[in-house]
Design a protein around this ligand. Sequence first.
Ligand code: AMP
Ligand code: ZN
Length: 485
Amino acid sequence: MLTIYNTLTRQKQEFKPLKKNKAGLYTCGPTVYNYAHIGNLRTYVFEDILKRSLLFLGYKVKHVMNITDVGHLTSDADTGEDKMEKGAKREGKTAWDIARFYTEAFEHDIAELNILPPDIYCRATDYIKEQINLIKKLEKKSFTYITSDGVYFDTAKFPDYGKMANLKNQELKAGARVDMGDKKSPNDFALWKFSHPLLASPSGRGRKPEPTRQMEWESPWGVGFPGWHIECSAMSVKFLGQPFDIHCGGIDHIPVHHTNEIAQSEATTGKPLANYWIHGEYLLTGNDKMAKSGDNFLTISTLKEKGFDPLAYRFFLLQTHYRKQLNFSWEALEAAQNGYKHLLDAVANCHPNHGSLQGVAQRSPVKMGGIDKNNDAKISQKFTSILEDDLNLPEALALVWDAIKTKTISQKTLFEFDKVLGLGLAEAIKSQSSPLPDAVAVLLAQRNEARARRDFKASDELRAQIEALGFEVKDTTQNTQVTKR
Ligand code: AMP
Ligand code: ZN
């Protein structure tokens, strides 16, 4: 029985899916105006552990992740520049090119960390119609009002506003500097923003505006673009229904983004949006949250340039529970990389099928020196119950180390556990033991170069050539693993 901490109820709860053995999972995805930093990636690794654990425990998971490619403004108070347009100016490209480039970069980054891709990626710009329809429904139910710069959700009309975050009515969100504009309350939030505020007046509506933005659409209220939160409400429900099982993100989403998603979705239908809200804690540098706005953030490429394996970073993350803050330092990562290498060596030395009974087990399968052949099964049970207790990965790793040290676990069982850990154990060991043919090694070297200069098109072509030679390419350990099919 899986118990998991639900931010809605602020306690660990038994996970009861809506449909037996199935789990609908929505995770808020990246805003693709820059590379994901390793703090963002901490959240995606935690969500991957959750998803892998559900799969391990026998659930069929439908995982949806959005790609925010419009509408996320530089301030949570619905003011400031659209991050996409900001990225476009910074790089002298179109907002569409920026979105495409950083979406691809994100997909490569998560592959490096052995994060399973979602079943459905949905871009906000592909579902504008759904977002407009949702706003129309809210308007019909009188939850909206129009100001000079957009259509806003009227939080005063939704008595439960801020319940998950424990926000009191009209209270300012912690730490937020709120520019009220024409809003009635600081908590009210934009559902639709006008490209050109003057066109909000009845006389202005319907006129073609001067292009002030690259991304804009017609709507019943004027030309503009959706607010940030509405995309997640529209797309999660489109693919998972309402309610669905689990909604995830980083803890910074609790007071604003998720609070607003809940308000607009529940106001529309009267039903909860999701039954379980699960949030991952911050990665810190010094005492500060790592943030993209700081512009001095670290990416997976930075780690690789300094000689770190992305999977060593994954290993570093798994050693801290997802609900605890984690301080990043190069020394700590170095220690994790050493630990990870040590783990790979230790796994390579385990017996393939039995807890270290190496041959003797065949002759005396029941008991030997206090270890019986059911050890693997016992350890598996323990591993499962540790996972079921709010995904206690640090304890799961301690169990693995202990079993390796006492030689009571087989590779077979470790590879089973790696379905959750995602540390590429089987691939690492396979590639340690079988050298690649020259033709494959040359293509692999070319692909590594292409990836280093972030030429993903060339890298994908080279991957296809390697695969055509009968090898599988996985961007996991030591940058890339290539194994015979
Ligand atoms: P963004 O691309 O800014 O929309 O953020 C993507 C995800 O990263 C969200 O789930 C955030 O909550 C999460 N996030 C942002 N900063 C951090 C951090 N320093 N540590 C952990 N997660 C973070
Ligand atoms: Zn979201």
